[in-house]
Ligand binder design. Structure first.
Ligand code: NCD
Ligand code: ZN
Length: 346
């Protein structure tokens, strides 16, 4: 039985850092273990233009803990007004690593997302030409589609048609939650990849709804039934480089979660690496943890793997705070519901 594991320093390929007081509170939780992260642009107002991304990147670097070499990988929020040349320029100067597609209304702060996909054709064509990845929130928003079916319907009605219409477009299907998404991604060439969150490897929909409503397990896409969770665990732990970590760590103050209409988002930055080690250990798949957290993401994005390493050591249960404090209010840390034994060292 392994009791110690050293891996290349991980990256988070889908992260919400917010701005202001929340940014300052949550950023150290990520920089403690992660070298880089793809930063989601769904601020209010969203990060739409290169100029917005320059400003947001400066806010993040200003908030970095002293001595941190964390690198934020910026993204632009795709709107029907996005200018293909602004995107191309932001890519050429190394400012952005991806563009983010939110179907309008799909999730937190997605009101300015895309409703008519014909209107973003020019941007997508340009992105395919220059090799800039599109990160996709893969859920349809039609009122008549059951929330548990929104990802499956998105693949058929939106994702597959977009990919067929835009040959060469590199796409990350983010935070996948279904066995159908696993199968779809696996069946495609390496121009399609998927991120998997920490929490979707741990919870199914019962965790949200059984024995009372558990708002801290509510996120989008919503967790599905157990068979889907098992498919995600199998994909994540398999070593297949179509799948890599995107925590989707999405902080909301408790007051916004524990209310009549609570926000979607699980905050997992604090204990993600210990949770993942536990999940991989249970699957006897610890040798594949590095691929999932540190190798497959850089390979897809065409970036070097990190030179530095992280060591995980198995021992007595890991202590972590139940909440982190921010000037905006407390933020509950994701509770996996089991003890964590993997301590993350330097
Ligand atoms: C995210 C957020 O809070 O910004 N929420 C979530 O449930 N994942 C938005 C998102 O990525 O869907
Ligand atoms: Zn997200």
């Amino acid at each position: 039985m392994s009791t110690s594991l050293t891996i290349r320093r991980p990256d988070d390929w889908h992260l919400h850092l917010r701005d202001g007081d929340m940014l300052r509170a949550v950023l150290p939780e990520t920089t403690r273990h992660f070298a880089r992260a793809i930063i989601m642009p769904n601020l209010v107002p969203p990060v739409v233009t290169a100029a917005d991304a320059i400003r947001y990147r400066a806010m993040i670097t200003d908030a970095l803990p002293a001595g941190s070499s964390f690198q934020p990988l910026m993204t632009l929020y795709l709107t029907e007004q996005t200018n293909p040349e602004d995107v191309a320029m932001a890519h050429a100067t190394g400012l952005i690593a991806a563009v983010k597609l939110y179907p309008a209304g799909a999730t937190t702060n997605s009101a300015s997302g895309v409703a008519n996909f014909d209107k973003v054709r020019g941007v997508l064509d340009r992105m395919a030409e220059i090799g800039l990845p599109l990160c996709v929130h893969g859920e349809v928003t039609d009122a008549d589609i059951d929330i548990f079916d929104r990802e499956a319907v998105f693949i058929d009605r939106v994702l597959d048609p977009i990919r067929r219409a835009t040959p060469g477009l590199r796409v990350v299907m983010e935070h996948i939650t279904t066995s159908g998404a696993v199968e779809y991604v696996q069946s495609q060439a390496t121009d399609l990849a998927a991120t998997i969150t920490t929490h979707h490897l741990v919870i199914n929909r019962n965790h949200i709804l059984v024995g009372g409503i558990h708002p801290h397990y509510y996120c989008l896409p919503v967790a599905k039934r157990e068979s889907h969770r098992l498919a995600l665990v199998k994909a994540a732990t398999s070593g297949d480089n179509h799948f890599f970590l995107g925590t989707d760590s999405a902080p909301h103050v408790d007051a916004a979660k524990e209310t009549g209409c609570g926000c979607a988002g699980c905050f997992t930055a604090t204990n993600t690496m210990s949770i993942l080690a536990e999940v991989f250990d249970r699957e006897n798949a610890l040798p594949n943890l590095e691929a999932f957290t540190s190798l497959s993401g850089p390979a897809f994005y065409g970036l070097p793997v990190n030179k530095s390493t992280l060591t995980l050591t198995k021992g007595t249960p890991v202590a972590y705070p139940a909440k982190i404090t921010s000037k905006a209010g407390p933020v509950t840390v994701f509770d996996p519901g089991f003890d964590l034994h993997w301590h993350v060292g330097p």
